[in-house]
Design a protein. Structure first.
Length: 464
């Protein structure tokens, strides 16, 4: 049996995507939002204020909710009546958000949801599935998208059903519900600590479904799920329960290798470390730099002397007989750059949480002869930083022109660490990873520009 928890804000496509994933995997889909909408519908029919805790609580004894599966489709019956699409209006969304903040309502529906998951392999979507309903779920995903994208999807869905709605009204109600869900005292909408945050802005249904199924299969095929009854499982974020990929490097061995070869490497590459004092004394930080050469990883490892910096390396390198054992020994681990490599991300998160250090290149690929500001960047570093609360140490690598690449002067400029708190990460806001990536990469580029300016001034002063 498997439990999949899909959380996220309204309009991210949780229900539609979860249904499609359930159909492809042959498991039960549980639309938890429909349960709250059903309670909200009944409260509305009795003309009770959905924020009136006592008034709503008094109605619960009159409500009988039954979940049935007809041809693989979940149907929710209120006192024996199938409400169909009557619970799918924007008004019912607001009612559902209001009643879901009432402890009595959550307790009323909690056991119903858990009972379904105990008896079936399920995919369940909502706003607190991974944090409250299924805290031991095998796979936890926080599905999100920009507010504008989510409002457009909801608007198109309602228009397709023949309802008369206005996009601006849908967007306004979407933002109001996001605020209500994220700020409520009881089970606020937020990603579980061990959830995979997946932003599907700009993706269609098929692309989103394929991506979710890939994530699920990576978890199950790696042996991270089992048939242990859910109530007997230990929480998935406890130490030692997740079978994540481990770098083979022993830090003591690394220190021996460093002591023997650091001098040779420094001489061959003519490395000069600038602002060595900026290297943190405490581990658990993320090093991010520009990427111009295949030797950049060597330069970073040489320059950081207090801690071993572990780096991702494209998986193709691990297929080279001589190179593979060497880079594994140095602490590198593989990443599949063709898509979202969940295993590599999890390894990075685990290393940082253990107080070890990670190195990444936001550009993803080498851009030897281009202005770094003109190159594309990826959001992997921002994702890992927000999941670990790790400080980021920006570095810039600069090389002088020389006929022999091995002997040309290489500078590693280490910048002051960027405290994680300075990012002011808001998990409910759209585009946060891109914003944080921009902050990190701007700091990297600024380091290079300031150092180049200093070098130019020194050269001019010498001429004088």
């Amino acid at each position: 049996m498997i439990q999949i928890a899909i959380d996220g804000p309204g309009g991210a496509g949780k229900s539609t995507i979860s249904k499609a994933v359930a159909a492809k995997l042959g498991i039960v889909y549980v639309d938890t939002g429909a349960l709250y909408r059903t309670v909200g519908y009944y409260v509305r029919s009795k003309e009770v204020d959905p924020h009136d805790r006592e008034g709503v609580g008094a109605l619960l004894g009159e409500i009988s909710i039954e979940v049935k599966y007809v041809d693989g489709t979940q149907k929710v019956f209120l006192n024996g009546e199938d409400l169909g699409d009557r619970i799918r209006t924007p008004e019912m969304s607001m009612y559902a958000s209001a009643v879901s903040a009432i402890p009595a309502v959550r307790a009323f529906l909690l056991e119903t949801q858990k009972d379904i998951a105990r008896k079936n392999s399920v995919i369940m979507d909502g706003r607190d599935i991974g944090t409250v309903i299924l805290p031991n779920a095998d796979v936890k995903i926080y599905l999100t998208a920009s507010a504008e994208c989510r409002a457009k999807r909801r608007y198109d869905e309602l228009i397709a059903k023949g309802q008369t709605v206005n996009y601006e009204d849908v967007l306004r109600e979407m933002n109001e519900r996001d605020e209500a869900d994220s700020s409520r005292e009881i089970a606020p909408a937020q990603a579980a600590a061990d959830a995979i945050v997946f932003d599907n802005t700009g993706m269609n249904l098929e692309e989103s479904v394929d991506a979710i199924i890939k994530l699920v299969k990576e978890k199950t095929e790696s042996g991270e799920t089992d048939d242990t009854p859910p109530e007997q499982k230990a929480p998935s974020d406890k130490k030692g329960k997740e079978k994540e990929k481990e770098p083979r490097t022993d830090s003591r061995l690394y220190r021996v290798i460093y002591a023997i070869f650091a001098g040779i490497v420094g001489w061959l590459f003519q490395i000069r470390v600038i602002n060595q004092q900026n290297e943190p004394t405490k581990g658990g930080y993320l090093v991010c730099g520009n990427h111009t050469s295949a030797t950049d990883a060597v330069v970073i490892c040489y320059g950081f002397r207090k801690h071993q910096v572990r780096l991702m390396a494209k998986k193709e390198l691990f297929k080279i007989p001589v190179l593979a054992p060497l880079i594994r020994m140095l602490g590198a681990f593989p990443i599949d750059r063709s898509g979202s490599d969940v295993g590599a991300i999890k390894t990075s998160v685990k290393l940082l949480k253990e107080g070890k250090c990670m190195g990444m290149f936001p550009q993803g690929h080498r851009y030897p002869h281009e202005d770094p500001r003109s190159t594309p960047v990826k959001n992997g570093a921002a994702l890992i930083a927000t999941r670990t609360h790790a400080d980021v140490v920006p570095v810039f690598i600069m090389r002088k022109n020389h006929a022999f690449k091995l002997f040309r002067r290489t500078y590693l400029v280490i910048g002051e660490p960027i405290p994680y708190e300075s990012f002011a990460y808001n998990p409910e806001a759209s585009g946060e990873y891109a914003r944080i990536t921009e902050i990190i990469f701007d700091r990297i580029c600024t380091l290079g520009e300031e150092f180049a300016k200093e070098q130019k001034q020194k050269k001019q002063s010498k001429k004088k």
